[in-house]
Design a protein around this ligand. Structure first.
Ligand code: PMP
Length: 396
């Protein structure tokens, strides 16, 4: 298959992606092989916290590339140390371990919990996770995930991940036994359909964890670094977890992830976890630039203002077309269509001319919105107006 000057036949999934090759991006906009522009409302999925090619990240990459790219991972390096200090000073955690992807950070969290179970709980190893959760695509994180169909696709699964129902504390309690070491969840299920945990449920999990000596692990790969309107989503639930994972947003588009834990949970010995690029200075320097932008005065207020604009706009559309409302936190939101027109809207939005609009439908009856955290009020308004036209055309 050829698009413009590009032949994509050397890639493994040659027939499964849209016939688009992106060549450049700027802020909330992308441009493809044919010069067509797209307003990008799935940046949180593709992780561009500050939009495409933001000056802060370009400057950090340029400076770091001229200073130090990758010493042996057996040593500390300056950006790694500085980013770890920032993350621990802004959270309830004492220690950071860097990784390259969300799946790898979660794999580390699971290993840390299992080792903690060996040291502190007679080898307890089970981690309660949730139906429709998503924790990654390594074999262990697929086993931890509650995505329908995943329990058999690469069978046998890694054992020890019983699944409970989100927001149903009795379903979690029923699974706790002597071999249980932790509970792991996304504060807002992202791939599962933008479903926030309730305050009551999160606090109930913390109490349950304390009662049974379990670790509470939050997977903030999708919700962390400002996406939900606070630096970390757990901060809005009035609880302190024991372990947290970050990816996506922390790198603003660069492959950076982190595993954070309280000091008393940190039972890793040198060599238990790690890899060639863990804490790579090029990526951790980007992480510092993203952290400093997101924690700058006024930035999170902007996220909350745009989040409200999005939420209000989606509610208006929902009322106008008799849909089922919207849900989410900050700039991670979904419109409940009430029909299965999601994929048709995504396709029509993408393919419209002269400018496309990129949306996502994690379920056929749901549209997900994850713009850059610094999206402008004008681009938000433009997206809502385009959506109105698309819904009018497709859902009637
Ligand atoms: N956890 C959550 C909550 C996610 O949304 C994702 C990615 N969609 C992952 C983990 C996996 O992250 P990665 O793709 O970087 O491995």
């Amino acid at each position: 298959m050829e698009f413009g000057q590009f032949n994509v036949n050397a890639l493994m999934e040659i027939t499964q992606r849209p016939e688009i090759v992106f060549v450049r991006g700027q802020g909330s906009w992308l441009e493809d092989h044919a010069g067509k522009r797209y307003l990008d409302f799935i940046q949180g999925w593709a992780v561009n916290t500050l939009g495409h090619c933001p000056p802060e990240i370009i400057a950090a990459l340029d400076k770091q590339a001229r200073t130090l790219i990758n010493p042996s991972p057996a040593f500390y390096n300056q950006p790694m140390v500085e980013l770890a200090e920032r993350l621990t000073s802004a959270s309830c955690f004492d220690r950071v371990f860097f990784a390259n992807s969300g799946a790898e950070a979660n794999e580390g969290a699971i290993k840390l919990a299992r080792k903690w179970g060996q040291v502190n709980k007679n080898g307890a190893f089970k981690i309660i996770t949730f139906d429709h959760s998503f924790h990654g695509r390594t074999l262990t994180t697929m086993s931890a995930s509650g995505k329908p169909g995943w329990s058999t696709i690469f069978a046998p699964q890694v054992e020890g991940f019983p699944k409970a129902d989100l927001n149903d504390i009795a379903s979690v309690e029923a699974l706790v036994d002597d071999q249980t070491v932790a509970i792991m969840l996304e504060p807002v299920q992202g791939e599962g359909g933008v479903i926030p945990a309730t305050q009551e449920f999160m606090q109930g999990l913390r109490q349950l964890a304390d009662k049974h000596k379990l670790l509470l692990i939050v997977d903030e790969v999708q919700t962390g670094m400002g996406r939900t309107g606070s630096l970390f989503a757990y901060q809005q639930f009035g609880i302190t977890p024991d372990i947290m994972t970050l990816a996506k947003g922390i790198g603003g588009g660069a492959p950076l992830a982190a595993l954070l834990a309280r000091q008393d949970v940190c039972v890793f010995k040198h060599g238990d976890q790690g890899g060639t690029y863990n804490g790579n200075p090029l990526m951790t320097a980007v992480g510092i630039a993203v952290f400093d932008a997101v924690t700058a005065p006024g930035f999170l207020e902007g996220v909350n203002a745009r989040g409200k604009q999005l939420s209000d706009g989606l509610l208006q559309l929902s009322e106008k077309y008799g849909m089922k409302g919207e849900r989410g936190m900050g700039l991670l939101r979904a419109l409940k269509l009430g029909t299965d027109h999601g994929p048709a809207i995504v396709e029509a939005a993408r393919d419209q001319n002269p400018e496309g609009l990129l949306l996502n439908a994690p379920r056929p009856n749901l549209l997900r919105f994850m713009p850059a955290l610094n999206v402008s009020a004008e681009d938000m308004d433009s997206m809502l107006k385009q959506l109105d036209v698309l819904v009018e055309r497709i859902c009637k």
